[in-house]
Design a protein around this ligand. Structure first.
Ligand SMILES: [Zn+2]
Length: 92
């Protein structure tokens, strides 16, 4: 009889048969914006257009959509939540 082992994507430990593990999907979906300027010489759309034509646009356009899936042990799932927390905005 062969056991289908699960391995935690975070720490690499084998998740013991019969144990709970977590199927996690992380999605970062974002877009660029321009911070308000008290005395703007150009509008946000102009800034983005100028950056696209003159600058290294790939730096800004990179990873607008990023998605990964993982199987994690409970410890790594909890660790991921702690690491992600400062980046989250809770809507009221
Ligand atoms: Zn783990």
């Amino acid at each position: 009889m062969t056991i289908d082992y699960r391995v935690c994507s975070g720490c690499g430990s084998i998740i013991p048969p019969g144990s709970v593990y977590h199927c996690v999907r992380l999605v970062i979906q974002g877009e660029q914006d321009v911070a308000p300027d008290a005395a703007p010489s150009e509008g946000p759309g102009d800034v983005l257009t100028r950056m696209e034509t003159e600058g290294d646009w790939s730096r800004y356009a990179h990873d607008v959509h990023w998605e990964r899936q993982a199987e994690l042990c409970t410890h790594c799932r909890d660790l991921l939540r702690v690491v992600a927390e400062p980046f989250l905005i809770t809507e009221a």
